[in-house]
Design a protein. Sequence first.
Length: 126
Amino acid sequence: MTSIDSPTADDVTRMPWQQVIADAKHCGCFEYCNAFCRSAAEAEAEGDDRAQNVYAFFARVTSLHFNLDEPSAPLGPEDRLLGFTDAELALLAGIVVDIADPEMRARVADIVIGITAMTRCICPRG
């Protein structure tokens, strides 16, 4: 398996990752995660590291789920949420307004806002 690196803004701009969402049979991050995982595996098989990095990155984004019983960390798992680098957060913040799918746009915004709140102690921690 190829090492997965964070995608660059240029990679994200050039890759048709929003088409993966548009082609999904059902609307929802669970479905999108599966589709991104398939696309990452196809890219790996083709030896396309850039595509693999982009699709694997968006698989991470869509793999998070809500746990509303945990008000201090409602999106998680928390270790996966906090695993995003500053560069990845900046990338997500930079593309959120250009995401066509409302579910995906909301998920990206939740990640950017959630991590900011957690790391800057905006919300109380238990």
